[in-house]
Design a protein around this ligand. Structure first.
Ligand code: Q0N
Length: 286
């Protein structure tokens, strides 16, 4: 891409500047597990995530403006409006998992939300909670209190991103639940456009930015299988890998099974055959 300047990297995505106003967000087929990017790619994973995020952006536009301008014909790159990103990650949790469960077990609360006693791992919460985080110097996300988040972005802006995050989560979680997928929690990133308006950025409501659980297997009281990554996790556990880089190569059976799960998530949520998306990515926008 001779005309694009590389401006950032995530674990599995790259960001390029197209011009002063626009960025290109490219989703690779890389997969991470236990916080390590594995040496084996999952074919089309980047296209599935790009298509799903674009689908949600199109369907939530009336709830919240977002940065999506166009999906490129390759199905894995999106042109986005350049924003001034806020320095917080906006996490909404509808279920008790991950660091939410760890913090609850240790302190009875998560990011300052006092929760009822006696909740089990993966229990549905009485109401979704907003649990902001920051990128710690280590690169890891660190949960912060509402007061810390409000100090970082301003009290008024904090109230606005919290309300938008709840609205987006409820819309998507209700929609996904009807299609057999529990969105246990999710992370949004917001920025400001040139007029100072709040705009949803990054990817949203994908299995990489959320916990997707198969609803038909939901059984609180322990960890839930991941809709997308469970074959990878199970394989990694079997190998005895110590979860430090580099991770193990994945056998073709695990690759194929995992690809099928990503495609299944895409098709269940969008109602569109994945082959139709590959032929014309714009199908997710209408
Ligand atoms: C931006 N990040 C987060 C993607 C995520 N629309 C935007 N305008 C300005 N900056 C950003 C966006 C977006 N989205 C978001 N970094 C910059 C981390 N990146 C890492 C690379 O992949």
């Amino acid at each position: 891409m001779p005309d694009a300047v590389h401006v950032g990297s995530g674990k599995v995505r790259e960001l390029y500047a197209l011009d002063a106003e626009r960025l290109l967000l490219v989703a690779s087929d890389r997969i991470s597990t236990f916080d390590v990017v594995l040496p084996t790619a999952i074919p089309d994973k980047g296209r599935v995530l790009t298509g799903l995020a674009a689908f949600w952006f199109a369907r939530t536009r009336a709830l919240c403006p977002n940065h999506l301008l166009a999906v490129r014909p390759d199905g894995r790159s999106t042109e986005c409006r350049r924003l001034a990103m806020l320095p917080i990650e906006c996490v909404v949790r509808g279920y008790l998992a991950g660091t939410g469960w760890k913090d609850y077990r240790a302190h009875g609360e998560v990011c300052g939300h006092r929760l009822p006693a006696g909740l089990r791992e993966s229990d549905r919460l009485p109401e979704p909670i907003f649990t902001p985080a920051t990128k710690a110097p280590s690169g890891h996300d660190e949960n912060i209190t509402r007061a810390q988040a409000a100090a970082l972005v301003g009290a008024e802006r904090f109230g606005a991103v919290e309300r938008l995050s709840f609205t987006l989560y409820r819309f998507a979680a209700d929609y996904a639940r009807e299609r057999g997928i529990i969105i246990a929690d999710t992370k949004f990133e917001f920025g400001l456009d040139g007029d100072g308006r709040l705009v949803l950025g990054d990817e949203a409501l994908t299995p990489d930015s959320s916990r997707f659980w198969p609803a038909d297997q939901y059984a609180p009281g322990g960890p839930q299988p991941s809709f997308d990554k469970q074959f990878v996790r199970d394989f990694c556990e079997l190998t005895g890998w110590d979860k430090t880089a580099p991770g193990p190569e994945l056998p073709s059976t695990v690759v194929a099974g995992t690809r099928a799960r990503y495609v299944e998530a895409f098709e269940r949520l969008t109602g569109i055959p994945f082959a139709t998306y590959l032929a014309d990515p714009n199908v997710v926008l209408s």
